[in-house]
Design a protein around this ligand. Structure first.
Ligand code: HMG
Ligand code: MG
Length: 302
């Protein structure tokens, strides 16, 4: 067991979380959420996506949100882009990193981005090239690395195949995503083993939705392999409009609470993080979907 001594968390709440809200969330609230996350010590924040507003209207204010950010040196602001049109639109917003997003499942690729896995790689290749030429970092999200809402179980060989394609077009690091939260620790470890045939341990991160309550266990399983980049979502926000029934990402508060208890450094102030989660949850008219946040808020109130 080679537990990392420090972990870098990438909060995907503003993007993965707010892309899935039924009621529109104003750009001002999204901007304030990003500011609160950076004040809490987050050094990587996935802010928005430059996708078709017909497909995901929740992210139509992408440029406005990016323009409203008070950027803090040392913080990496990333955005999703599915194609060259999205990349060209994103360029003006000066993201530090773009994220191309593919899937280990053919059916999910079709539903989510309206093309096959092979076609998606053809679309991503010039985007990756243009981003790297412009000095912008490139991450690749790999959806459905353990299970797919349309195809069921996904074997590690599909993950290895996709990781190899991503590597082949120049993607610098990848996310091993459990889109619908059906992964359990050994399955998630197998997906990482497959990914690590193409990428180094510093170039992979976990992205676990918590639909079945497995995401903290899966985070620990990845940590035990030495994976030290993890994605999470403040207040457990999240979901994908093309993965019905899938709930939010593992809550950042829950991951930070676990890591603090294990003596693993994140550089995050848990109290400020809880305030950030409370801010957006109040805005959405519900309680934070985080056990640690609920417990600590109850303790504060008591
Ligand atoms: P398409 O309809 O096949 O695209 O959609 P198209 O190229 O045929 O273009 C159709 C129209 O869309 C045209 O406009 C284009 O200009 C426009 P029209 O002529 O009809 O007025 N268009 C765009 N507009 C703005 N930005 C763009 C863009 N591209 C085309 N970038 C497309 C293909 C990929 C665009 C579409 O399927 C799409 O936007 N999909 C996004 C789906 C999405 O955002 N899903 C959620 C994010 S992924 C996720 O959550 C998973 C993750 O968290 C990991 C995990 O948990 O698994 C990352
Ligand atoms: Mg996701």
């Amino acid at each position: 067991m080679a537990l990392p001594t420090q972990v870098k968390l990438i909060d995907v709440g503003p993007r993965d979380g707010l892309q899935n809200e039924k009621q529109p969330v104003p750009a001002s609230a999204k901007i304030e959420l990003v500011h609160r996350l950076q004040d809490a010590g987050l050094r990587e924040i996935e802010v928005t996506s430059f996708v078709s507003p017909k497909w995901v209207p929740q992210m139509a204010d992408n440029a406005e949100v990016m323009a409203g950010l008070r950027r803090r040196p040392g913080v990496r602001y990333s955005v999703l882009v599915p194609n060259m049109k999205g990349f060209e639109a994103a360029l003006a917003s000066k993201p530090d990193e773009i994220v191309v997003f593919g899937a280990a499942s053919e059916a999910f690729s079709q539903k989510n981005i309206n093309c096959s896995i092979a076609e998606s790689i053809e679309r991503f290749a010039p985007v990756v090239q243009a981003a790297r030429a412009a000095g912008i970092a490139v991450r690749g999200a790999m959806s459905c690395t353990v299970g797919c809402p349309y195809e069921g179980d996904i074997p590690p060989s599909r993950v290895e195949y996709l990781a190899g394609l991503m590597k082949g077009i120049g993607v610098e690091r990848v996310d091993v995503a459990d889109t619908i939260g059906v992964g359990t620790p050994r399955k998630v470890q197998a997906a990482f083993e497959a990914t690590l045939r193409h990428f180094g341990i510093d170039q992979v991160s976990g992205h676990f939705h918590d639909t079945y309550g497995q995401a903290v266990a899966n985070t620990l399983a990845a940590l035990e392999m030495g994976v030290w980049h993890h994605q999470s979502s403040v207040a457990g926000l999240g979901g994908c409009p093309y993965a019905k029934g899938a709930t939010g990402n593992v809550a950042t508060e829950d991951v930070v609470f676990m890591l603090q208890g294990m003596g693993i450094d994140t550089g995050i102030d848990l109290d400020k993080l809880i305030d950030a989660g409370k801010f957006i949850s109040d805005h959405l008219g519900r309680k934070p979907n985080s056990r640690a946040a609920t417990a600590l808020l109850n303790k504060r109130a008591g």
